[in-house]
Design a protein around this ligand. Sequence first.
Ligand code: IFM
Length: 719
Amino acid sequence: MWHIKEEGFDINKIAHYGNKFLIGHLNLGVRGTLDEFGKAEMVACHLPFIYDQVGQGWREPVNAFNPLYTRLYQGSSSLDVFKSKIISHEQILDISAGLYTRKTLFDDEGVEVLITSKRFICASGKRRIFGVYQIETNQDISLTLKTGIDLNVWDLHGPHLEDVIKEVDGSLYVFGKTHEKGQIISTAKKVTNSHNFKASYQEDDQKMLEVYQFDAKAKEIYQFYQYAYIGVDETKAVIEAEMNDMVTLGFNQAYVDQKNIWRSMWDDADVEIVGDDFAQLALRYSIYHLLILSPRLSKNSSIPARGISGQTYKGAIFWDTEIFMLPFYLNTDLNSAKSIIKYRISGLKGAKEKAKSYGYQGAFYAWESQENGFDACTDYNVTDVFTNRPVRTYFKDKQVHISGDIVYAIKSYIDRTKDDEILMEGALELILEVARFYLSYGRYNLLLDRFEILDVLGPDEYHERVSNNAFTNKLVSMVFETVIQYEKQFKDDKNMFFYNLVKKIDFYKELSLIKDLVHKVYLKEVDKDHLIEQFDGYNRLKDISKDELLKQKLHPNEYLGGSGLAGDTKIIKQADVITMLYLFKNDYEKEIHEKNFHYYEPLTEHGSSLSSSMYALIACHIGKPEYAYPLFMKSATIDITGESKTYAGKIYIGGTHPAASGGAYMTAIYGFAGLKIGDILELEPRLPESFKKMSFKIKHLGKQYQINLTKDHYDMKEI
Ligand code: IFM
């Protein structure tokens, strides 16, 4: 159960398989496309965090020139999945080591030609790609192989690479410069082959190509090893040295090293399920995505909402990372967890600038965060399908819960590690600045004697500019409580860390206000039916079923939020009150969880990949794993089935869904296994019918535990 496999070629699945068979690490993603594919098939060697803006287009990360381009010809006709006769075709991803394989058997006018191509990206974190393209025929035949670098790059808002320089010097080299910062992005490629064939060089339609012409003997295997390196601001000498090193190491040895790195990652991260093979594969596949995205090799990095699968959502970091992915790293890989927190600390300056730009104080974090906390979210983030006009959205200016989500994440990190040092490394300043932001954003209601947060968007983005969103207000209250908690914790500190910081950032007035207001933050009441209204006035909205609403759509991709169809109804995009209940599980009775689950689930479109897992977690909490199971599977299989929205209005939002992967992991550990984190670890297994056993490891307070459980028993031992 370590292989994702698809058989047959389907033109309609090219984009989906590009995501599904993705390989890489946090510095480089290579989509699961075929060797002969190009821009039209959404090939991408994606470089997260190398942001660039062209003209008025959206600022997004860059895709490098593609070094994997390879196409086989017999005579002048190419063997091509679009036109040639295919006997069999399969793509396989080995998630145990991040190895992609493609096997196609062509029937070329009676001659069978088998192409087997494999590739992986070195898990050491360098941007090194190793590949082998293998050819076997059943008759003697003359073949031409063209392999090289494709300069025609797929971009959403490009082209990003200009002033292109090509060089052929033992290897193929191409250098391009980004518009905004003038970063030099290079692609180098070297090919060796099993038969020492010599190549000629050719440039063709934006491609730098090595051309091999040879007479293939029946049943003989011809291997073309491909070594590629993507450089960012690296000199040719450095790149050349990398290439030489890769060639000396060779594909096979590099793959041995690759397997070792992956083995050790899986050793900490794997969750074994006995009894349900598909759930096992889906959960492992989710973990695979979290592993390729782990910022384990960086001290200060985070994870974009579409991971390394492309430029969607501007390659930016959302709350997805803190709320849906961080829990995985907190259990398995604390370097990554710390890196995620540090990324936000380094964004504090940007968050303060954002607050200031709206006339607020403190730290208002970016909704779509790029480097240094820059908010890439635009005011018009959706394009209407009917008018083709940009639609004013309020994600950037009103989704203020983002700052509180970050504080929640910092608290979770500290609770799990007791790493108070991080507070001194900027986390406490971040928390105080977030508190200051909420003080300046919120309003004290004199008549009702309560502190309110007006004019926001909660996680349910369909209802814009609402007041007293239960989720947001609860986070604000938590932020204020956190300030007071840390004041208490550092009261007797001889270095006066807390008060020195208060002095340094002039937080006296705020501290005293927080003390006055901490118990006055308006938390939405639980009504007589145990329900919590999502925001002021939600209960007065139109009652309509999801099906009825969806039937009214005139276009499959029409945007339902804001003034769209859902705006004046109770239909919500994604878990909102339910997310609050999960994050603050212990503050609410089980009955409240249960009643709100049953009330809100039928009203939730699950239009966001972040939605199902929150409902699954609450379903487990109320002892209903049978409700949780389909929601868990929806999250865990989202990039296996490809069943997710690829357009919001006219805006492309396709790619992988790491928050859903994280949500699937959370459901397995905190839902089905019922892990409870306190001073001691406890479990309350609520396994679905099909699960016989689960086993996994958890890191907690400097120790690691092996946990095995069945439906009615668990054991946990320190290892
Ligand atoms: O962060 C999410 C948001 O909650 C819903 N829209 C997509 C974003 C990125 O995944």
